[in-house]
Design a protein around this ligand. Structure first.
Ligand SMILES: O=C(O)CCC(=O)c1ccccc1C(=O)O
Ligand SMILES: [Mg+2]
Length: 370
């Protein structure tokens, strides 16, 4: 498989409603889509999950554009690959920039699957025909508004509710939710809004029978999380702190986490995601697939990854229509009664909707080998 062309699209799409976390609010989403073409004319698609601002991690769409254009594309162009696992090996000498690497590697995984007449799920070794999904709900103005939204998502069948918390918006909000929904699978994501000084408050969360608390402490920490986990009944799930299989091993050895949120971009691609999945499976750590408010391309990658057997807990991959008036794939991703049926078409299994894509493309960068 020879990579002959790469195209980068800078996208600008506006979400139906703003999404607020402890670190900021998203509504306009600017991000990159990647298209790789081989010597036979097959194409594959990838998405960078970097946001405009370095809030969630240090990467942004502009740093990704720089890394992809000036370092990663020159490495893959005119290069022959037998398997997409070779891409992460090729990128290994370049430090970090995981979302940039994952976008390029993702396009090559899709291309490889299509070329070999496999679904991306099959190419990864996944077998599930449908996957269970939950929903991640941003911080709302009032508990009443949050309760209202949860009523709607419960009615739609989402398998678990994840709510965002931050100091001043935690115990009372969860208590109000639990009064109305005593049994719904519920978890909280703090996006690093607390420190060990908040241990008394965090211990109060144990009363709400949460499936887990996601990333309560610093975004690069695994030491304090281990201390906190010793004090909590609620399992801790790490998101931001886990950038690789090595991070996963260390967090596991320290007892910093009982569950891992795997995000393809954060860990540098599907190959590394699969390694983390396999390690967690061998060590009895359940995993689930996180979301980064992706367009259909990234969403399709998440669906494929989630077909691996240790994705035991529902992920954040909700329906396209929850985020977008119009998605850039056809058909769109649809969750029905909390399940997404894994597509049977080769590669990511959803067709890029080029007409829709063009409407949201701000700029393109094309690279071709002669
Ligand atoms: O619906 C989604 O895509 C997940 C939304 C979400 O929780 C999130 C959105 C933006 C940045 C970080 C996170 C997170 O999982 O921490
Ligand atoms: Mg998170």
């Amino acid at each position: 498989m020879l990579i002959k062309e790469m195209n980068i699209r800078k996208m600008n799409m506006t979400m139906k409603s703003p999404f607020s976390t402890s670190f900021g609010t998203f509504q306009v989403k600017e991000f990159l889509l990647l298209e790789a073409t081989d010597e036979l004319g097959n194409t594959g698609w990838g998405e960078s999950t970097a946001f405009q601002s370095p809030w969630y991690s240090e990467e942004t769409l502009e740093t990704n554009l720089h890394i992809i254009r000036d370092f990663l594309i020159p490495l893959v162009l005119d290069k022959g690959f037998n398997h997409p696992d070779e891409v992460s090996e090729l990128f290994a000498p370049l430090r970090k920039n995981n979302m940039a690497k994952a976008a390029v590697e993702g396009a090559i995984w899709d291309l490889y699957a299509k070329r070999n007449k496999l679904t991306l799920a099959e190419a990864l070794g996944g077998t599930a025909e449908k996957i269970e999904v939950g929903i991640s709900i941003g911080i709302q103005k009032s508990a009443a508004e949050l309760i209202n939204l949860v009523h709607g998502y419960v009615a739609e069948g989402y398998k678990r509710m994840k709510v965002k918390i931050k100091p001043g918006h935690d115990v009372e909000v969860l208590r109000a939710l639990r009064e109305v929904f005593p049994d719904v699978p519920l978890m909280a994501d703090a996006n690093s809004a607390y420190t060990l000084n908040d241990i008394k408050l965090l211990k109060q969360l144990d009363e709400f029978n949460l499936t887990m608390i996601e990333q309560p402490l610093a975004s690069d920490d695994i030491i304090d999380h281990a201390k906190l986990q010793k004090e909590l009944k609620t399992p801790i799930c790490l998101d931001e702190s886990i950038l690789s299989l090595e991070d996963t091993r260390k967090a596991f050895e320290l007892g910093s986490t009982k569950i891992i949120n795997i995000k393809i971009g954060r860990v540098g691609g599907l190959t590394e995601s699969k390694k983390i999945h396999d390690f967690c499976m061998a060590n009895g750590i359940p995993v689930w697939c996180g979301g980064m408010l992706e367009s259909g391309i990234g969403r399709a990658h998440n669906v494929a990854l989630t077909t691996l057997p240790n994705f035991i807990l529902p992920g954040d991959t909700a329906s396209s229509s929850r985020y977008w008036e119009e998605d850039v794939i056809s058909p769109e991703v649809v969750a029905e009664d909390g399940y997404i049926t894994v597509p049977k078409a080769y590669g990511i299994g959803y067709e890029p909707n080029i007409e829709a894509m063009d409407r949201y493309t701000v700029e393109q960068f094309h690279f071709k080998s002669e």
